[in-house]
Design a protein around this ligand. Sequence first.
Ligand SMILES: Nc1nc2c(ncn2[C@@H]2O[C@H](COP(=O)(O)OP(=O)(O)OP(=O)(O)O)[C@@H](O)[C@H]2O)c(=O)[nH]1
Ligand SMILES: [Mg+2]
Ligand SMILES: [Zn+2]
Length: 351
Amino acid sequence: MDEEDFFPRQRKAERLERKLAQKLDRSRYKKTDTDKIKIKTIERPLSVGRVLSIASQDIEVFYENHIHKAVLRGALKQYKNRSKNLIAVGDEVLIEDRFITHILPRRTLLSRIDHLHKHKEQLIAANVDQVIITLSVVSPHLKPFLFDRYIIAAVKGGIHPLLVINKIELLPEDPKEQLLFNQFFKDYVSLGYEVIALSCKTNAGMDLLQAAMRNKTSVFSGQSGTGKSSLINKITGLQYAIGDIVRKTNKGMHTTTSTRMVALDGGGFCIDTPGIRSFGVWKLTREEVEGYFHEIHEEGALCRFASCTHTHEPSCAVIKAVKEMRISSLRYDSYLKLLDEAKEGKTAHIF
Ligand SMILES: Nc1nc2c(ncn2[C@@H]2O[C@H](COP(=O)(O)OP(=O)(O)OP(=O)(O)O)[C@@H](O)[C@H]2O)c(=O)[nH]1
Ligand SMILES: [Mg+2]
Ligand SMILES: [Zn+2]
């Protein structure tokens, strides 16, 4: 290396050293600034709270051992475009003077496609341990395919799915529904899902639900009229409004209109939600669907074509297994529906 090469480099190194020294100097001034900030924070400490309910402008937050009303700080609202709602029941937030200034990172999240604005995500509940997917038999009728989209939304959000089928005391009056229920129960239990069949009316199976909810945060979700609020009232002793079932259509009346979280006596929390009209899994791609149906995925390894979608292809091992009743026809129908929706970006309409 000759001198000309060396000196410019040396000068460069010296310049860098000077810069660094200046930086260090400046950080001395900065230190006093940080001290000031620290003092300010001590004067007005932030509280950490948990969101209990959300009603248009008012948000109920639990902190300092009380329930307070709070509002979102204006600066947070700039993010609102990305999802239908910015904040969800169960969210942990920082509060300053009754203003929610930060939403803390979520441990888990249950969400779906907003049924009015399909490009937006609708948050249902945050930081929950399990989704109690509530269906009923006879009134409203059992809709097995609804379970799978909930299961997928739960798994995607890091939440355990618990399947609950209510109103089983009505089964003897409807033999067709009894057959469907039997098949559903057998199929989903054998796939390893946790299923509780119960009756809020007769109390059959209620003890199993109570035990499954202990010390956990559970969110009830499902179609209107399946008995979510009735089950919560029974478990908590609360008196949430209960709706009628429209006789002609066997549908609920959308009685619960907002999402609310309550503490359970034996430890844990539960969240009631309004009955849903349609449930589309947020950001579910066609390629992803098969992965959520593990029995279909496993059998699919034996198909003639590696790219087989198991919808129409020749020598499809999955179609063969459904015919031979080794794969549940309920699950296969549900797989086809979800595949179709993921392709079209549609939301499934339940009624
Ligand atoms: N036969 C029967 N009816 C029940 C049972 N549990 C609840 N119901 C009835 O089902 C109807 C709807 O109950 P809700 O608790 O309001 O249902 P929900 O799921 O909260 O409905 P939304 O709030 O509209 O989503 C009411 O008439 C309840 O009395 C049950 O185990 N058996
Ligand atoms: Mg309700
Ligand atoms: Zn196939």
